[in-house]
Design a protein around this ligand. Structure first.
Ligand code: ABU
Length: 366
């Protein structure tokens, strides 16, 4: 019996990781939570169905290449088991015409110490996505006697979970920003809802983004579930589509974090870092002006990097500005082509989920 699962942050030496798969991926039908996320001018608005096979094949080629690069560096790589995602689903509370994908794993699985929690996602199309990881969770459970296999309380996702008529195609960018600043999002507070990628783990501290995919009640759930950790609610008022913290605020090593200059880090959080001698550096401008076709995410996937240890980071190969900045920050940079995987849910950090990093639960902000 071996120790398989342990990770307290995103920067200690990575030894085992899950890398997603794009097979059978679907652009899901519109539902209350997803409509809000798709930008007004996106070519994806109003369309749904299986993603074109050639795009799936290209994404899988880049995901497989990432897996190989990690394995060549001695990291154990696990892969999920995709389902036939274009099946209709139902629970006693809702019906949906399709699921979505098992990309990216970072949205579904949250590793805190020796525990992996399946998230309480707010998109109905993602309700059964955890099943793709169940064979792995079972394997870890059988092999690691200390592994805690946890499912967060499942949200019911009835119509009461969403604000109706919240989304309006005519909503302007300014109005979106005003809503973010006012912490007014499409989800209600009837039950805890959260995506794992909204949680930034820094040892004893969890910084959790309140936005389109995670609500305030989730923060309360985290506080009660982890009484020994400190939970910080974060809201970035410069982000019109706030979803997932890992293209906004990304730690590279103890004492160094890169910050999305457009999204405006709140003073309250800035102080926590600065008071503990952390350097907050504005991330380099993305090299691309637009995301690739059929992509939900922003160009800021440029900063969605995968840190392998305190000195080594994987950055998307065409993100020349970000590569250069990482080098200047003293990191050894491994460029890896990954833009073909972006449409499937995100960048290099999104597309992975920690299983094991060396290190323990440190208090970086005493
Ligand atoms: N899943 C990360 C997406 C963040 C962004 O669109 O900026």
């Amino acid at each position: 019996m071996a120790k398989i699962v342990s990770s307290w942050n995103d920067f200690d030496p990575l030894k085992r990781v899950i890398v997603g798969r794009a097979d059978n991926s679907v652009i899901p039908p519109e539902e209350p939570a997803t409509s809000e996320k798709v930008p007004i001018d996106s070519e994806m608005r109003g369309m749904w169905g299986l993603r074109p096979l050639e795009t799936v094949e290209k994404a899988n080629a880049q995901l497989d290449n990432l897996a190989k690069i990690l394995e060549d560096r001695g990291v154990i790589v696990d892969r999920p088991t995709p389902l036939q995602w274009n099946q209709a689903i139902g629970t006693p509370d809702f019906r949906n015409d399709s699921m979505m994908t098992c990309m990216p794993p970072r949205d579904i699985l949250l590793t805190i110490g020796n525990e992996i929690i399946s998230a309480a996602n707010s998109f109905r199309c993602r309700y059964f996505e955890y099943l793709a990881y169940w064979p792995l969770m079972n394997e870890y459970f059988e092999e690691d006697p200390e592994f805690l296999w946890t499912q967060a309380p499942r949200p019911r996702l009835t119509d009461k979970s969403y604000k109706h008529n919240y989304y309006d195609e005519k909503i302007s960018l300014e109005e979106r920003l005003e809503r973010t600043a006012n912490k007014d999002f499409v989800t209600t507070e009837i039950e805890p809802m959260w995506d794992a990628a909204d949680v930034m783990r820094v040892g004893k501290d969890l910084f959790i983004q309140h936005g389109l995919t995670t609500n305030r009640k989730a923060m309360e759930w985290f506080k009660r579930y982890y009484p020994d950790l400190r939970v910080h609610a974060v809201n970035f008022p410069g982000d019109p589509y706030p979803i997932h913290i890992d293209a906004t605020f990304v730690p590279l090593r103890p004492g160094l974090i890169i910050n999305n200059p457009h999204r405006r880090l709140p003073e309250e959080q800035r102080k926590i870092f600065e008071a503990n001698d952390w350097q907050i550096v504005d991330a380099a401008q993305p090299a691309h002006e637009t995301p690739p076709p059929l992509c939900y995410s922003s160009v800021w996937l440029s900063m969605n990097c995968l840190v392998l240890d305190h000195k080594t980071v994987i950055v998307e190969a065409s993100e020349t500005n970000q590569l250069e900045q990482m080098d200047k920050l003293g990191m050894n940079v491994i460029p890896v082509p990954f833009r073909d995987a972006y449409p499937f849910g995100g960048g290099l950090h999104c597309s992975t989920a920690d299983v094991y990093r060396e290190g323990t639960c440190e208090d970086y902000f005493p």
